[in-house]
Every structure is written in C-alpha cells, then in structure tokens.
Design a protein. Structure first.
Lengths: 140, 140
DNA sequence: AGTCTTACTGAGAATAGTTATCAATAGACT
DNA sequence: AGTCTATTGATAACTATTCTCAGTAAGACT
C-alpha cells in the first residue's frame, strides 16, 4: 500500500539498451507494455534482457521522459508524449483501452492550491479518468 | 488482451460469506482491495477463503452491485456504489509518506465534464498529489 | 422435515506481471 | 589505460489474481 521512491540523485548513463528502448517508444504514439517492447526488440534482433526493459521504463517514467499508466488488465503501459509542453491527463476506456489526452489547467491550479494550503512543496500529481467509450457502450 | 465475460444467467445464492463481504463494503466509503477485505474479515473472526473474496467481488462488480477500478499500484479495488459523496483524494509526502485526505468537488465535476464531452460513460478516476511536506522540507 | 440439484466454498496449485539479487560488464571521468 | 560505479542479464522471488476440484450448503420441490 506504500510507494517506495528513491530520492538518490544518480547520473543516468546512455547505454545501447536505453537508446534501443527509447527508439521503440519514439516509433509510435501508442502505449506499450514492457513485455511488448521486449518482443519488439527481439524482432529487431536486439538482445535486451526483460528485466532491463522493466527497469529502464520505470526509470524513464520517474524522470518524466515518458508517461506511465496502468491498463485495465493490470499491466503498466508506457508512451513517449510528443507534446512535452504542459502536463496533461488521460481519458481511458476500461474496455478497449482507447486513450484520449486532455489538458487540465483547472486541475493544475487546484492541486497547487491544496498542496500550498497544507504546506507542501515540489508538488506533482497523477490523474487518470476511466470510463466506457462510445463504441464499447454501443456494442454492449 | 481480451476480457472474458460470462453471460450465463445464473442464480446468485445468499451465502454467509457473501453477506459478510457486503457488510464490509457497506461499512465504508473507501475503495478496498480483495486482500484488505480478506484481512478485515479475519479480524472479525469470520473465516472466508481468499479465493471466495476474489470471486465474490468479481461477481458483484459484473452484476453492478459494486464499483471496481484498478489502482495505480495494480490492485483491483472495490467500493459499494451509491454514496459517491465520500470520494476524496490524497496528498502524499514523497519523503516520509505522511498522507492528508482532501475532498475534491472541483475535480469530480471537471472529470465528469471531460468524460461526457468525449462520449464516455460510467466514469471513475484516480488522483494523487505528491510533494514534500513542511517537516521534511525543514529537515533538508 | 427429507431429499435433490447445483451454486458456492476453501486450500492450494497455477499463472501473469513485475521486482529483487548478484556477479559480470561497460559508460564516463581522470 | 585505469578506476569507479551505474547498468546489465539470467533467474529467483514476489504480488495479485485466477483456476482446480472435492466437499459443502442454499434453496426448491416434494
């Protein structure tokens, strides 16, 4: 129930594996799971250990190089966000997984305010909205 | 990657276990995981198998007796529908983990609006705010 | 109340996704 | 080139969940 966060400031080395994983992410707008990325690397004849893929993605997500969300099926899926400008959120269909990106200036302001009121600094937040999209609702 | 849904119309029996689980859910506004509910039942000296807790919650969710969402940590968490006016969020210190509960009517309305605009239904969301609390900031 | 049908239960095995371990490797700095 | 240490890979361990299957108990029907 608790979140472990490593606050140690460590230098990130640019390794072949890290570059390869980043290339995969930059080749698509879709969310990809660690397992998927591992398979895609295999197809490109690049041997990168599964654990390395997990570790690298996790680190990238912490350093905010990429977005990470939890799919309805329980996997963590990752995506390189093109639009780095402005923090944004996701509207995700529980059924088919289709994802819509939405800006949230309202939320930014609100979270900032709440945090300040409670004496918190260096604020960040995560917000995802889940629902059933039009298509899936029609099918059901 | 696909979701199996059993469409067979089966009669649901009212067992001691099912009643016990429902009571736990009715005793709170919070989302609870299967594991948590299992522990709470143990504390009440009610011996209900873990598998039964999982099965029952899953079934209740399908029959729409309760809400089910996936937490950021990967667990499926459940809540008895109806009392939406209990939903709130957490302000968490990255350093010491202290957690402050905050209401968010602003957020509720905003997420509802965004979802509707995009044709989504059965909306739920997750939001956590992270920062460094007063105490930890002073120490650093 | 007795009996029958079958949904439900519990304990543990099996599975999926992810994280931890640890010796070996390889960036990057002098 | 040599040193330091972040990173890697193979695999074990872990967590959350589902499956299996023999035994149990709702609930319907005498």
């Amino acid at each position: 129930m608790s979140v472990k966060v490593d606050l140690t400031m460590v230098k990130t080395r640019s390794t072949q594996q890290r570059v390869a994983i980043l290339q995969i992410l930059e080749g698509t707008d879709e969310f990809r799971s660690a397992q998927e990325i591992h398979k895609l690397l295999e197809q490109k004849k690049l041997k990168v250990g599964l654990a390395t893929v997990y570790r690298t993605l996790q680190k990238m997500a912490v350093q905010e190089d990429i977005d990470a969300i939890r799919s309805a099926h329980g996997e963590i899926i990752y995506r390189k966000c093109g639009q780095k400008e402005g923090h944004h959120h996701h509207l995700i269909c529980r059924q088919c997984g289709i994802t819509i990106t939405v800006d949230g200036p309202t939320i930014e302001n609100w979270t900032e305010k709440i945090a300040k009121e409670n004496g918190f600094r260096e604020v960040s937040h995560t917000l995802d909205i889940f629902g059933i999209c039009k298509n899936c609702y029609r099918k059901a």
